[in-house]
Design a protein. Structure first.
Length: 887
RNA sequence: GCUUGGGUGGCGGAAUAGGUAGACGCACAGGACUUAAAAUCCUGUGUCCCUUGUGGACGUGCGGGUUCGAUUCCCGCCCUAAGCACCA
């Protein structure tokens, strides 16, 4: 056994041993409490980045801790291996996406193993394998049966030159990212999952998980679902020649509003350019109106960039609609700020009480009529807001109604309730709840995804593939051009099939599923990863699920985490699971960032070794210039990325510092939720710490073998050490229980420093010294294991002589002895009028009376109190004394 | 604009049922060891002031408030990050 710490050597040794012993393979054991620790599965890009390392280090620390606590831990990993990059590689380099993906998985698996993460590799899954995506298809068919999957026409971004659909990002600025052609909107038929059917439940379920999820994530989901309660009101269209002639019925426009109380202030009805009433009456509009409507329509179809303010625009169609409350005749306008996708695609315009309507009214000179007055006014004024005491131009708060017929003098709250009830009673409206969330479109015109198991038959129409014929497998390859429809459509062997119903020749659906489908249920599959006939056995899943702790980036706060909650509710309705929420606790870890250097001269990012950086003695950058020509370089702290040349390769780090040190630093440098600035210098501290522990253990190793079970309390040094040990155990246990991963490292360092201060030579140590040191060392090693498992195993072996590894020997996390942890003397502050003036050493649990006596007798305190009247003395036992004086 | 976080030394960060602010680490400075360097170990390190002390004042974004006592609670601002955004 080597006396020097060589990370590479011991890390390989223990990684091999864990694998041979199947140490981390989880087996159902009903006698033990289970713990499911889960990290978001990676996309196999081929290289691990520091964000992964941080994510998995957190998860592994937790898994180790829970394992040492005696839990039956499930800690799996897999691959989110469908998706665009593989297809891009195929287009650019001509490689087969499957080979590319498998190669990447192999490389990244090795990288993960070099970090010594305690995964159960026997449960590894990959989304691109037929045995996995078979059940994506299975779920799709089940949802079809439940009416939760359906097909509808929808607008997509379309590049007419490349003949392909584009995502919003690819259509940024209204042009195709590849060829720069003007992007069009095109209607194509796509498959949707009815997530809206669960909107209310997804909202309600948040109460259940509130305690374990970061508030910002829940808020983001709430905003995304976007529930808004209001009312629909029907306005009869007066001058419409349409329905009146054809069916004898009067055409109506249904508007949605959250402020029905302001309806007497409406001066117009504004509809989206694609609203049915416009299409129905288009023929009777003047040419000017027609042109304007077409203009607004095409403007709305153009993808807009983030943050872009669009000026209000619109046109009076000449149609008239009747306000059912006031019987007033209002003009019907087309407005560019009204969208068909939200609410009913029509609004009533109330400029006095809505900022957007005001903007619109101002532009077109429409009347602004105030109908709500601030409730704080004792007397409602005339309604002429310019002379009103609360003369803001618009007023969007709740208040009291004025100029509203019989509803005047009611409060907004009363009026909203009663007016929508009134509308319902009289058949021209009803209370309505609207959601922002739309159904989940899962069709992708791509090759590298799970084929949607549907067949189109000339006679039978759209026919689902039979469950027995799953999986619908992807062909070996396809022509990858990046243009045209889905590559699958160009593979005749795939496309041509037979109708499952009538057995006549038919064609397959060539779209594949959104990869968020794969990640919606992957962690259910981990519980039963080799099941051939079902996604998982409900009984097995019932043991392991729900997930106790999920760890991943905030970037998935909405999409993935909402989809998987939806999927769980569907699985519950299918009888596969019996809970509503799959994830009890969610930890969203911060990004890993580092310094990047941008050169204006080179118009791009440059490598760090191309830059000269001067720092002052405090480390602040004084100047940063390009080495080649001394031109200035901008320094920014940004997310690590290849294109910014500021990434750090985890493999290099592991090679230089060892996996244990990298993991300690990743956890110690910042709280898990914070951004982590990766600085090479910081990691030295982790290495130094490990080496100190290592040296100490080897210095004491032989002496410790003689440790007896005797703990003699008369030895002061030993007693102090034991006290520190138990205080540390207590602290670290509390930290882990509250999911703090940075502070335990500090506590371990303190304990290690205490050992360093223990100045007894091992050869001269008394029995109680040896006992105390052994206790401290064993505790230290056990508590270090979640951070630095390799070093811990090695040192554990050195101390105990047990060569199987601490897991195999069933090591347990140390338990703090409260009595030993108690300090035998405490230093408490004495304040005069809240200012610290002196300190005094006391025995714990010293009585209030004694404390007061000690405080008032203190020489320094007397100095401050002499000649003054002591008003009172505040005593917090074991904390402080505060003497309050006057004069 | 709306929503939600967050502002503590040169830096990452500790500490809040209100009770010694700055644990631990980095960086820096001085010292020991060494022919020398590395490594290691020791000491110091919030700011300012003085009579250099078991000294004083100030100090947790800013301004108020509550309290014997506020980084922590309340009110009003400022800055910053993220998400959403013509959502009716």
């Amino acid at each position: 056994m080597d006396e020097k710490y060589f990370a590479q050597k011991i890390e390989q040794k223990w990684q091999r041993r864990w694998a041979e012993n199947k140490t981390f393979e989880a087996v159902i054991d009903a006698s033990k409490e289970k713990f499911y620790a889960l990290e978001m599965l990676p996309y196999p890009s081929g290289r691990l980045h520091m964000g992964h390392v941080r994510n998995y280090s957190i998860g592994d620390a937790l898994a180790w801790y829970k394992r040492l606590q005696g839990f039956n831990v499930l800690h799996p990993i897999g691959w989110d291996s469908f998706g665009q990059p593989a297809e891009q590689a195929a287009i650019k380099k001509g490689v087969n996406p499957r080979d590319w993906t498998e190669d990447n998985i192999k490389q990244m698996r090795e990288q993960l193993q070099r970090l010594g993460l305690s995964y159960d590799w026997s449960r590894e899954i990959a989304a691109h394998r037929p045995e996995y995506y078979k059940f994506d298809q299975w779920f799709f068919l089940k949802m079809l049966e439940l009416g939760l999957a359906y097909k509808k026409m929808t607008k997509v971004n379309w590049c007419p030159k490349d003949q392909t659909t584009l995502s919003n990002e690819q259509a940024s600025g209204g042009v195709c990212w590849r060829c720069g052609t003007q992007v069009e909107k095109k209607d194509i038929a796509q498959w949707f999952l009815r997530i809206t059917a669960y909107a209310e439940e997804l909202l309600d379920g948040m109460n259940e998980i509130e305690a374990g999820w970061a508030e910002r994530v829940l808020t983001m989901q709430k905003n995304w679902i976007g529930k808004s309660e209001g009312a629909t009101v029907e306005f009869k269209v007066q001058s419409s020649k349409f329905k009146a002639e054809e069916s004898g019925r009067v055409e109506t426009i249904r508007i949605f509003t959250t402020r029905i109380d302001t309806i007497y202030g409406a001066n117009a009805v504004v509809v989206a350019p694609v609203h049915p009433v416009i299409e129905n009456n288009f023929a009777q509009f003047s040419d000017d109106v027609k042109t304007k409507i077409a203009e607004i329509k095409s403007q709305q179809e153009k993808p807009t960039d983030y943050g872009e303010e669009v000026e209000k625009d619109g046109v009076d169609t000449g149609l008239k609609a009747i306000n059912p409350f006031s019987a007033e005749e209002l003009p019907v306008w087309v407005g560019n700020y009204v969208m068909m996708e939200y609410g009913t695609g029509a609004v009533m315009s109330v400029p006095a009480h809505d900022e957007r309507d005001l903007e619109f009214a101002k532009k077109f000179g429409l009347e602004v009529r105030r109908v709500i007055e601030s409730a704080e006014l004792t007397e409602p004024d005339s309604g002429d807001f310019k002379n009103s005491t609360n003369s803001r131009e618009w007023f969007t708060d709740y208040g009291v109604l004025i100029n509203s017929g019989e509803w005047s003098h009611q409060t907004s709250e009363e009026a909203m309730r009663e007016m929508s009830e009134f509308a319902e009673k009289n058949n021209f409206g009803e209370p309505t709840v609207t959601y922002r969330i739309r159904d989940w479109g899962i069709s992708r015109q791509r090759f590298w995804g799970a084929p949607i198991p549907i067949v189109y038959c000339a006679d039978c129409g759209t026919v689902p593939v039979s469950f027995d014929d799953l999986p619908v497998e992807l062909p070996e390859s396809a022509p990858f051009t990046g243009v045209g429809e889905s590559p699958l459509a160009k593979v005749p062997e795939f496309v041509n099939t037979f109708c499952p119903k009538c057995k006549q020749p038919a064609k397959r659906e060539t779209d594949t599923m959104d990869t968020f489908v794969d990640s919606s249920w992957y962690y259910f599959r981990y519980t039963d990863p080799h099941n051939k006939s079902a996604p998982f056995e409900p009984e097995i899943a019932a043991y392991w699920l729900p997930v106790e702790q999920y760890i991943g980036g905030v970037d998935h706060a909405v999409m993935h985490l909402l989809y998987t909650r939806f999927w769980t509710k569907v699985m519950r309705d299918l009888g596969l699971v019996d809970f509503d929420e799959p994830i009890r606790k969610l930890l969203t870890q911060g990004m890993v960032v580092s310094e990047s250097y941008y050169s204006d001269r080179r118009a791009g990012y440059v490598y760090s070794d191309e830059v000269n950086i001067e720092r002052d003695e405090r480390g602040k950058i004084v100047s940063a210039t390009l080495k080649t020509d001394d031109s200035p370089v901008k320094v920014a702290v940004e997310k690590m990325s290849k294109s910014k040349f500021n990434g750090v390769d985890p493999d290099d780090m592991v090679l230089i510092y060892g996996a244990d040190a990298v993991r300690i630093f990743a956890l110690f440098a910042a709280p898990a939720e914070n951004e982590l600035v990766w600085l090479e210098t910081g990691i030295d501290g982790a290495v130094r710490f490990l080496q100190r522990v290592w040296r100490f253990v080897y210095r004491w190793k032989d002496a410790l073998k003689t440790a007896s079970a005797c703990a003699d309390a008369s030895n002061d040094g030993a007693r102090k050490l034991r006290q520190k040990t138990h205080q540390t155990i207590k602290r670290i246990t509390e930290n882990f229980e509250s999911y703090q991963f940075n502070t335990p490292v500090a506590a371990l360092m303190e304990l290690s420093n205490a050992l360093g201060d223990f100045k007894v030579e091992p050869e001269k140590a008394s029995e109680s010294d040896v006992f105390a040191v052994r206790e401290a060392v064993e505790s230290l090693i056990l508590m270090l294991a979640p951070y630095a498992p390799h070093v811990s195993e090695e040192l554990w072996q050195a101390v105990t002589g047990n060569t199987d590894g601490m897991l195999a020997s069933g090591a347990k996390f140390p338990v703090a002895d409260e009595d030993l942890a108690k300090a035998d003397e405490i230093e408490i502050p004495i304040q005069v009028n809240g200012k610290l003036r002196s300190r005094v050493l006391i025995a714990p649990e010293t009585s209030k009376e004694d404390l007061e006596k000690m405080a008032l007798a203190d020489a320094k305190i007397c100095e401050y109190t002499s000649g003054k009247e002591i008003v009172k003395v505040i005593i917090v036992p074991n904390r402080l004394v505060n003497v309050v004086v006057k004069g």
